[in-house]
Write a protein that binds this ligand. Structure first.
Ligand code: ADP
Length: 461
């Protein structure tokens, strides 16, 4: 009999993961209630998804009664458990509080590859999924991106492996999962509106390291200061990736190098994870920027230790086109190139995008909803790469104060104006880049809506 049969379960948050958890729990006999601060009218989409599933609802706010009456509480990633009085109250009375991801990993019968970091998670997750697919190994690809992991469990776990993007929010309530592979792309400032300090943010990310055991592979970015420090606290088997030749780093690291690095002269990735050296030429790799080579190295190492063949990886390198809204080429008009990087919602991702362009001058459109970020680190790159900075959205004044001295800067009132001005002020050969460095919710539902609208405006020019 299912452990959820007849159990009163409260799901806090009627988003993607909440809905998916409800489907799973009802299937297993749980008595489910979903509570959300939003009104019913604002939740049309998730409610459609639930159909006529037997679930009770509490909309437009929470009541203490629902929390105290529950035998299990599932919290959606968007909710900050630490600040939530009712969750804390239920917890203090002994009610278990967990997340959709924890629920799912408790049921998962296959190896889990968990992917986290500040940037690159989605790209890496999909890229790795493609490697498995090209080797005829069916894999679940999702988590924080696309399909929630619990949906895969509800569907009967039809693959061989679960490749799962994990956000810091999802990791906050994690202590049960033991990943076969844990991948960390990089760590830089993000979500400081929720975490307050970098220490808290890093601690959330580090949960994925803490749950590894000695059989877990742990894939770390050597070029990232914070992640280099993670090695000291790692109980798993370390795999490094780096843009530098280990010989230039020297010492024991070079002698015993286990992982992958980029060889600039050969324009290839050299991997040492199988006992012999493997060379993966990058002539056919379509994604540009150093950061995408890092994503590729991390995916490649993870794939190899999980038994994906070398040829399948090389085929994926040639085929993978990247994801929309991540440095996505939109069009060329009158000699001007437009790129949509709407998913760049923090400083590091804007840095990665600006660095990826080697030549042409850039007209940068930035701004949106601030996440309590410090924009000053962008100064040097803006100075060297950006000829015109167009700022829009809630954070425009704050960004102007940090960066306005580094390039000719305009503050505009609407997104339409930003796009129009960028084109009016452009010259032959310029790059117009939307890379906001902020989240989108001041003007849009999410980064996808923002990126799609940008592309629409660009096509209308
Ligand atoms: P995430 O899922 O972590 O948000 P994405 O793959 O969706 O990562 O990319 C988000 C943004 O970060 C995009 O602007 C993308 O160009 C940039 N990016 C992708 N990979 C990296 C990386 N390894 N380092 C820095 N920026 C990256």
């Amino acid at each position: 009999m299912s452990k959820y049969k007849g159990k009163k379960i409260l799901i806090v948050g009627c988003g993607n993961s909440g809905v998916a958890a409800a489907k799973f729990l009802v299937k297993h006999g749980g008595r489910v209630m979903i509570t959300d601060t939003k009104q019913r009218t604002e939740l049309a989409e998730p409610l459609k998804e639930l159909g006529d599933l037997k679930v009770e609802f509490e909309f437009g706010g929470h009541t203490e009664r629902s929390f105290l009456g529950a035998e299990l509480i599932i919290v959606s990633p968007g909710i900050n458990v630490q600040n939530h009085q009712m969750i804390q109250l239920a917890k203090s009375k002994g009610t278990p509080v967990t997340s959709e991801i924890e629920l799912a990993v408790g049921e998962l019968e296959q190896p889990l590859i968990g992917i986290t970091g500040t940037n690159g998670k989605s790209t890496l997750t999909v890229l790795l999924g493609e490697m498995f697919k090209n080797d005829s190994k069916p894999a679940f690809v999702g988590g924080n991106l696309g399909t929630p992991l619990i949906d895969y469990i509800t569907q009967g776990q039809p693959g061989q492996v679960a490749v799962c993007e994990l956000s810091s929010y999802q990791l906050e309530l994690t202590d049960k999962m033991v990943p076969a592979v844990a991948v960390f792309t990089n760590i830089d400032q993000d979500h400081l509106d929720r975490y307050g300090t970098m220490e808290n943010y890093i601690a959330a990310k580090k949960r994925l390291l803490k749950v590894c055991d000695r059989n877990s592979w742990v894939v770390l970015n050597y070029d990232d200061q914070v992640l280099r420090g993670f090695a000291n606290e790692c109980s798993g088997k370390l795999i490094w990736f780096t843009m530098k030749d280990p010989m230039t780093i020297g010492g024991e690291f070079a002698e015993k190098f286990f992982g992958a690095y980029y060889d600039e002269k050969k324009n290839a990735i050299i991997a040492k994870v199988t006992g012999k050296e493997e060379v993966y030429p990058l002539e056919q790799f379509k994604l540009f920027g150093e950061h995408n080579k890092q994503n590729l190295m991390a995916a490649l190492c993870s794939a190899r230790v999980m038994g994906v063949g070398q040829q399948a990886i090389q085929n994926t390198i040639g085929q993978f086109k990247g994801l929309p809204h991540r440095l996505e080429f939109v069009r060329k008009k009158d000699g001007v190139y437009f790129f949509n990087d709407s998913k760049a919602t923090n400083i590091q991702s804007v840095q990665a995008s600006l660095s990826a362009f080697k030549r042409s001058p850039i007209i940068l459109i930035a701004g949106g909803k601030d996440k309590n970020m410090d924009f000053a680190p962008l100064g040097p790159l803006v100075q060297s790469k950006v000829k015109l900075l167009i700022l829009v959205g809630e954070a425009k004044e704050k960004i102007n104060r940090a960066l306005g001295d580094f390039a000719e800067t305009y503050l505009v009132g609407t997104f339409e104006e930003a796009v129009l001005m960028s084109f009016q002020k452009s010259r032959n050969g310029d790059i117009i880049l939307l890379s906001p460095g902020c989240s989108s919710q001041d003007m849009f539902r999410d980064f996808e809506e923002r990126g799609d609208y940008f592309k629409k405006l660009v096509h209308q020019l």
